[in-house]
Design a binder for this molecule. Structure first.
Ligand code: FES
Length: 121
């Protein structure tokens, strides 16, 4: 998925059109390319929430997190990398299974069927 357009600019965030809500499977993820950056976008339908993170897993630099399984650890939404199952919080990106790793997370907004991701700058 590469369709990208700048929607609007806030003080600190630029909102980028990522895709239509139907482009991301319920309780699954998709990779979107925004300004050359691969971002994993998750439609966590069971929770009624959307999340965006880096697509790259920092463990072995695999572009894989969009294909990871999502779930919850207590109240914490998480994604498990499909390679070696390291799990990351979808809210703040910290690795829940190994303190040595961290990913970036990005704000998501859904407006009239379209999904936007906010990037700094
Ligand atoms: S590459 Fe993701 S857990 Fe190893």
């Amino acid at each position: 998925m590469e369709a990208v357009a700048i929607k609007s600019t806030d003080k600190e965030l630029t909102w980028h059109l990522a895709c239509h809500v139907d482009d991301v499977p319920a309780n699954g993820g998709a990779c979107v390319l925004i300004e050359g950056r691969q971002i994993a976008l998750f439609n966590f339908a069971r929770r009624g929430e959307w999340y965006a993170t880096d697509n790259e897993c920092p463990h072995r630099q695999q572009m894989a997190l969009a294909r990871g399984m999502i779930g919850s650890q207590g109240d914490e939404p998480k994604v498990a990398c499909p390679f070696h199952k390291k799990t990351f919080s979808l809210t703040d990106g910290r690795c829940l299974s190994d303190e040595g790793y961290q990913i970036n997370t990005y704000p998501v907004e859904v407006r009239v069927g379209l999904v936007y991701i906010g990037l700094e700058g």
